[in-house]
Design a binder for this molecule. Structure first.
Ligand SMILES: Cc1cc2nc3c(=O)[nH]c(=O)nc-3n(C[C@H](O)[C@H](O)[C@H](O)COP(=O)(O)OP(=O)(O)OC[C@H]3O[C@@H](n4cnc5c(N)ncnc54)[C@H](O)[C@@H]3O)c2cc1C
Length: 459
C-alpha cells in the first residue's frame, strides 16, 4: 500500500469543521444546568435537558463535534468493548448490565438518527469481531459464549457465513449496530442543539469548575457561568480540569486511515457481502469498514499515551500509518496496490476498569466516560440518561450499571508507554507466528503470505 501522498489532517477525514462556529462567552451568565464539552455526550445531555424544558448552557472549547465525536471509525457497537473474558471474570455481576447498556445505546443512537433526521449513511449491518488466526478463532468462540450467556445478540461463523473478506478466518457478528459517517452525525446533532433552547458557546475553553455555596461556578477567559448543576462531558480531556476525579481515565491517541476510492468491482470481489464493520481480536484491535464513497477506513493497532494536560492537537505519526498500511496489505492482499489517501486521529478515554463509568461529585457535578473506544453510541446514551436523572431525580437501570459509588478510581495497569509498546509487540509476535504457520502449511517461505493469498491460493 502506498503511503507517500497521505494527507495528514489534524481534524477528521469524515467532514470539514462547521462554517458557522458560535461566538465565545463574553459575559457572566446564570443557568440551571451547565454542560462542559460539546462532544456527543455533552450535546446529547444539553439537547435532552433543553427538550425537557431546562435552562441549559453548553460550553465547548473549539466547536461542537471537534473531538472524537467526528473522528471515530463510525462503527456503532452493539456489545461492550475491551477484553470480554477478563471483564466477565472481574465483574460477573455487573457484566450482564454492561451488555444490556451497550445494546440499548446502539438502539438509542438509531432512534436519534431517525428522530433528528440526520443523513449520516447509517447502515444497520452489525459489526464482526473477526479472527485472523486459529488462536483468535478460539478466543472468538469463548467470547461468543460469554456474551450470549449475558444476553447479547451475537452469532459466530466463518468469514463466508458472516459475509466478510477472506483475509479473516471468521468471527462473531454483533447483530445490533452498524456503520455510519460520524462526522455527518456529529454535525447533525450540533444542528439540533443549536436549534434548541440551549445556549451554546463555542470557542469557550473552561478553565476551572468550583463550588460556591449552593451553586457551581464555571470559569472561562471571557466570562463565568453560575449553575445549579454541572455535567462534565470532556471525555479524554477530563484531566485538563482539576475537579475531574483523579484517574477517571487515561487519554490515548488512536489513528484512522482512509484509502483512495476503490473500483466497486474490486470491492465486490472481496466477498464483503454483509458490509459489516470488522474489528480483530488482537490485544489492540485493528478496525476495517466500508464507506459509502467506495473507500475502506481502517485504524488503531497502536496506542499513544497522552502525558500532559492540556492535551495537544496532533496528527497521526507516519510510522503508525505505515504500520496500519502493512496490516491492510495482510488483511486485503488483493488491494495491496491501493493507496492510502488520508489519515487522522483523536483522543479516546480509557477507564482503569475498561468499563463505561458515570457518577457525581457532591451531588451537583456529574460526569461520565462511556468510551473505551466504544463511545459513539454509549457517550450520547449515557449523556441523555444523566439529563433524565437531573430532571427526574431517578436513575435509569442502565445508568445504575455505570454508576461509581464514590469518585475514586484505581491506578490503570499497562497504560504507560512501555506497557502499550509491549502489548503491540505481543500482537506482532503472534501475527508473525501465525503467518509462518500458514506459510509452512503451504510450503512457502515466511513473508510471502500475502502474495499467495492475493493469488487466492488459500481460498
Ligand atoms: C480515531 C477514533 C476511532 C474511534 N472509533 C470508534 C468506533 O468506531 N466506534 C465507537 O463506538 N467509538 C469509537 N471511538 C470512540 C468515540 O468516538 C468516543 O468514545 C466518543 O466520541 C466520546 O464521546 P464524546 O463524543 O462526548 O467525546 P469528544 O468528542 O471527545 O468530546 C469532548 C469535547 O469536550 C471538549 N472539551 C474538552 N475540555 C474542555 C474544556 N475544558 N472546556 C470546554 N470544552 C472542552 C472538547 O473540545 C470536545 O469537543 C473512536 C475514537 C477515535 C478518536
Amino acid at each position: 500500500m502506498k503511503t507517500d501522498d497521505v494527507e495528514y489532517t489534524s481534524f477528521s477525514g469524515w467532514t470539514d469543521p462547521p462554517s458557522d462556529v458560535r461566538s465565545a462567552l463574553r459575559e457572566d451568565v446564570t443557568c440551571e444546568v451547565a454542560v462542559v464539552g460539546g462532544g456527543l455526550g455533552g450535546m446529547s445531555t444539553a439537547l435532552r435537558l433543553a427538550e425537557r424544558g431546562r435552562d441549559v448552557v453548553l460550553l465547548e472549547a473549539e466547536f461542537c463535534g471537534y473531538g472524537s465525536a467526528s473522528r471515530n471509525a463510525g462503527q456503532v457497537a452493539g456489545a461492550p468493548g475491551g477484553d470480554i473474558q477478563l471483564l466477565s471474570m472481574l465483574y460477573p455481576r455487573r457484566f450482564p448490565g454492561v451488555v444490556r447498556f451497550a445494546e440499548n445505546a446502539a438502539h438509542f443512537l438509531e432512534r436519534m438518527i431517525e428522530r433528528l433526521d440526520i443523513d449520516c449513511d447509517y447502515e444497520a449491518t452489525g459489526n464482526v469481531c473477526a479472527a485472523v488466526s486459529r488462536g483468535q478463532m478460539g478466543r472468538v468462540r469463548r467470547v461468543t459464549k460469554l456474551l450470549r450467556k449475558a444476553g447479547a445478540k451475537v452469532e459466530p461463523g466463518t468469514s463466508a457465513e458472516l459475509g466478510i473478506p477472506r483475509g479473516f478466518l471468521g468471527g462473531m457478528r454483533e447483530s445490533v449496530g452498524g456503520t455510519m459517517n460520524p462526522g455527518a452525525f456529529s454535525l447533525g446533532v450540533r444542528r439540533a442543539v443549536l436549534a434548541s433552547t440551549a445556549r451554546v458557546f463555542e470557542r469557550t475553553r473552561v478553565t476551572d469548575v468550583t463550588r460556591n455555596g449552593d451553586h457551581v461556578v464555571i470559569r472561562s477567559p471571557g466570562g463565568e457561568v453560575r449553575a445549579n448543576k454541572v455535567v462534565l462531558a470532556t471525555n479524554a480531556f477530563g484531566g485538563d480540569l482539576a475537579i475531574t476525579p483523579k484517574r477517571l481515565s487515561v487519554p490515548i491517541w488512536v489513528s484512522e486511515v482512509e484509502t483512495e476510492p476503490i473500483d466497486p468491482a474490486r470491492l465486490a470481489a472481496l466477498g464483503w457481502t454483509s458490509r459489516s464493520g470488522v474489528v480483530t481480536q488482537h490485544n489492540i484491535m485493528e478496525n476495517y469498514r466500508l464507506t459509502s464513497r467506495n473507500t475502506i477506513v481502517f485504524g488503531v493497532r497502536r496506542l499513544v499515551r497522552g502525558k500532559n494536560h492540556p492535551l495537544p492537537p496532533r496528527k497521526p505519526d507516519q510510522a503508525v500509518v505505515a504500520d496500519l498500511a502493512r496490516a491492510f496489505e495482510t488483511r486485503f492482499p488483493a488491494l495491496a496496490d491501493v493507496a492510502a489517501a488520508r489519515a487522522w486521529g483523536g483522543w479516546v478515554a480509557i477507564t482503569p476498569s475498561w468499563l463505561p463509568v458515570a457518577g457525581t461529585i457532591g451531588g451537583d457535578v456529574f460526569y461520565s466516560v462511556a468510551c473505551n473506544g466504544h463511545g459513539l453510541a454509549q457517550a450520547p446514551y449515557a449523556g441523555s440518561l444523566i439529563a433524565d436523572l437531573i430532571v427526574d431525580g431517578e436513575q435509569h437501570e442502565d445508568l445504575k450499571t455505570l454508576w461509581a459509588k464514590k469518585p475514586t478510581f484505581p491506578r490503570p495497569l499497562m497504560m504507560g508507554a512501555s506497557g502499550l509498546r509491549t502489548i503491540w509487540t505481543v500482537d506482532r509476535f503472534n501475527d508473525l507466528i501465525n503467518g509462518s504457520r500458514r506459510n509452512a502449511r503451504r510450503g512457502a517461505a515466511p513473508g510471502t503470505d500475502h502474495h499467495r493469498r492475493a493469488d487466492g491460493a488459500d481460498r
